[in-house]
Design a protein around this ligand. Sequence first.
Ligand code: ZN
Ligand code: MN
Length: 437
Amino acid sequence: MTTTPLIGLEVHVELKTKSKMFCSCSADHFGKSPNTQTCPVCLGLPGALPVPNQAAIDSCIKIGLALNCSVNHLSKFDRKQYFYPDLAKGYQISQYDQPFCENGFITLDSGKKIGIERVHQEEDTGKLQHTTIKGEKVSLVDYNRSGVPLVEIVSKPDLSSSDEAKEYLKKIHEIIKALGVSNADMEKGEMRLEPTVNVHIEDEKGSHYTPLVEVKNINSFNFAQQAIDYEIKRQIDDFISSGIEKSNTNKTTRGYDSIKKVTFLQRTKEEAKDYRYFPEPDIPPFVIDDIYVENLKNSLPELPDQVVANLVGLGVEIKFAKIIAKDGSMLKAVLELRDDREIDIPKLASLLANKKISVGKNLKADYQSLNKKGNTNEEELTKIVEAIIEANPGVVAEFKKGKTNVQGFFVGQAMKQTAGSADPQTLSKIVSKLLNQ
Ligand code: ZN
Ligand code: MN
């Protein structure tokens, strides 16, 4: 029997725009006192009209572009109907068949491409608070979060292990942060993860797929990984004992209990038809032109993979490049010193990444004093010069023909390799001694 997990991910990201998606209430809702940031629109009162937030749509499309999606020239909002107390209007304004962005991909470090099905815009719901007042258990609703702009990123089920899923999620997180469109703080619910998992099983009887399971609202990479691993094992065990295969009616939604480390059944999953999607009649469709998309594309910052590639281009080891790319101040320091001839960038990067030195006004001095210890003794320098001489027979030949000023070349090279920490006089002495041997 062979088993291949099929994992897809839905990621919801709360945008950090000033105002909400369809009204002028503040979108900065975290920790604010309940129901102080609401209006008829985000409370879903009859007759209130939504006005789309341009900044949110820009951010949504930027995310799509950063994930290599194409932007649809024609797009619209749709109503997704369902009943829940935190959903003021009885429907969520989302996008159904014409999202802003579709058909992108993310490349994992292995080179494997993970398809992005769509990146669409929608609005967040309110929040329920279950509490006890005067001895009575009550559920309260806070609508401050109702209508905050959300972007949903849906991958294809191309991931085949929880490690790949985790790497994918980390890359999404880094890209969102680099774009500056969200703080994506998972503890505050600004980025929420929903893996969809099933398993392709081949045995002597043929090819089978286990029923699809969507695990809802996970708020850490590790929990997502644990939930996926748990599901893979549970589904294989379940198939072996029951033989039940995937059908159109047996998709379910499960929660993840991070204390017991298990998933648990929440409800049988709604299908698209259960949501009775239809075009949002209060918002006209969007016609998106190339110039607008081109301008957004040009406004994108350098993305994390490109930053890493640039550092590797400077000779930095990839594992250190990844650490530095994630740390704004380290990255800035490395790039500022890039053209400083007394500094060996790969060495500086390794010292920073290993926390041997830290960013600050003494960085260069600290770097040089650290290097002195290792490099200034004569034995060490002799080895370095010997290697340079061996690597440059042409220059040595010129020296032997009488061009004595090429000595400066060897001194310069050795100086570079020791990152400027060698004593020039000692170095000259060694160079001249070795060349005249
Ligand atoms: Zn409002
Ligand atoms: Mn959604």
